[in-house]
Design a protein around this ligand. Sequence first.
Ligand code: DC
Length: 240
Amino acid sequence: MTSTPVVCIDGPSGAGKGTLAMRLAKHCQWHLLDSGALYRVVGKACLNADVAWTNEEGAAAIARTLNAEFVVGDREVHVWLDGVDVTAEIRSELGSKGASAVAVLPRVREALLARQREWARFPGLIADGRDMGTQVFPDAPLKIFLTASAEARAERRYSQLLEKGESVSLPRLLDSIRDRDARDSSRSISPLVAAEDAVTLDSTTLTAEQVFSQVTDLMASRGLVGRTSGDRPDTSDSAN
Ligand code: DC
């Protein structure tokens, strides 16, 4: 498929994948695919075009022609849709609902497959998502499945939303995380499951630092670090 090294970070929402993926990408100076942002921006583009999240053909057409740009910032991947910064909107609770709704549509997933594979470019890729190791990069030399208890994930999400000034209730957040987990794990296409050859890490009682150091140790033991170029990659990844 590709000779570019890819490290897959899969797992449920709030397990710390985004933080880990961003740190790894910066540390290795590799590209970063935030595939959740891709599903989120498809949900937002559907809203803009007045296409229902349940309209599979309409949403797939949008996914195929998406005019989006992804730029790795200090703390998150910033996203522009048709030239408009939609970062905050796609990361709101409404953005999460839209992403989860369009992510169950097989034709949307199919439309995004080739687009995601294009991210695998020299010197390497950190791919963050749900099906990176099972569907998108099945030959990746390292696959991490990062989990944490639903309670720990709800608390982390709660603090993030508070920091952004969004007021939410923790019990409702926990319910919505459980709902989303159930939807993501039970859908017929690309369900949220660990790849057979994935290393599972449970971050419930680990700090972000501990998770990062376990993964960099794994990368080193598989000969993946040390292959990085000294030059910073172009961090602007266009999905056109
Ligand atoms: O990682 P995230 O929370 O930004 O993902 C948003 C939604 O998109 C979530 O419901 C799961 C879905 N998703 C997916 O189905 N496949 C991916 N590779 C990434 C995200």
